[in-house]
Design a protein around this ligand. Structure first.
Ligand code: VGL
Ligand code: ZN
Length: 208
C-alpha cells in the first residue's frame, strides 16, 4: 500500500480518448484494467478531466480553414488543433464507464477557459493560469506523484513535467498510459521526462 504522502494521479481516462471517441488514442481503453488494479494500492487517488466549452480555441472547428492536427499560433504560443473533444457535459467528456476508482478524492477539471488549452493538470497552456492542483496536493502533505492515463505524449507528459518542476517526486507508469504519437511526440515526451528526472516504470515493478 502506498503511504499517506503519495498520490496516484489519473489523467483524462475519458470516452473521447478511447476507441470510438472523438480524439481516440490507439488502445486508450487498455489502461482501464491496469489503472483499476493499480489504483487499489493507493490511499489517495486524484483524477483529471479535460473539460472544454463548445467552440474552444483548441478545436480546429473554431478556426475557419484549419484542420485537426495542424499547429497554429495563439496568444500564448503554438497550439495543436484537435477535433472537438471533451465538451463539458458530453458523453465524450465522461470518464470511461469501466474506470473503477470509487476512492478517488478529487477531480481536477482543466481547459475550461474558452481561449486557453491545458495539457498539464497543474498549469494551463498560457503557462500562468494554475488549476489549483499544486496547492491542493501540498496542503494535503503529498510529496510523491505517480501518474497514469491518457495521453502519454500530451497530458501525461505536461502534467509530469509540471509535477517535477513543482518539486514532487514524479513517476510515470508506462503500461498504464497510451499515446497519440503525433510527429515523434512520444519519443520527445519520454526524453523530456527523463531529462527532468522523472522515473518511468511498469505497474508490476512498482514497489509501494
Ligand atoms: C489531450 C489533446 C487535447 C490529452 C487533451 O488528454 O492528452 N490531448 N486535449
Ligand atoms: Zn483537450
Amino acid at each position: 500500500m502506498a503511504d499517506d504522502r503519495t498520490v496516484l494521479l489519473v489523467v483524462d481516462v475519458q470516452n473521447d480518448f478511447c476507441t470510438g471517441g472523438n480524439l481516440a488514442v490507439r488502445d486508450g481503453e487498455a489502461v482501464v484494467p491496469v489503472i483499476n488494479a493499480f489504483g487499489r494500492r493507493f490511499r489517495h487517488v486524484v483524477l483529471t478531466q479535460d473539460w472544454h466549452p463548445a467552440g474552444h480555441a483548441s478545436f480546429a472547428s473554431s478556426h475557419p480553414g484549419r484542420k485537426p492536427f495542424e499547429t497554429i499560433e495563439l496568444a500564448y504560443g503554438p497550439q495543436v488543433l484537435w477535433p472537438d473533444h471533451c465538451v463539458q457535459g458530453s458523453t465524450g467528456a465522461a470518464f470511461h464507464a469501466g474506470l473503477d476508482l470509487p476512492h478517488a478524492e478529487a477531480v481536477i477539471r482543466r481547459g475550461f477557459r474558452q481561449g486557453i488549452d491545458s495539457y498539464s493538470g497543474f498549469i494551463e497552456a498560457d503557462r500562468r493560469t494554475p488549476t489549483g492542483l499544486e496547492g491542493y496536493l501540498r496542503e494535503r502533505g503529498i510529496a510523491k506523484v505517480i501518474i497514469a492515463g491518457l495521453a502519454t505524449d500530451f497530458c501525461v507528459n505536461w502534467t509530469a513535467l509540471d509535477a517535477a518542476r513543482a518539486g514532487f517526486e514524479t513517476i510515470v507508469v508506462e503500461d498504464a498510459c497510451r499515446a497519440i504519437d503525433l510527429d515523434g511526440s512520444l519519443d520527445r515526451a519520454w526524453a523530456e521526462m527523463a531529462a527532468a528526472g522523472i522515473r518511468r516504470i511498469r505497474a508490476a515493478a512498482m514497489a509501494l
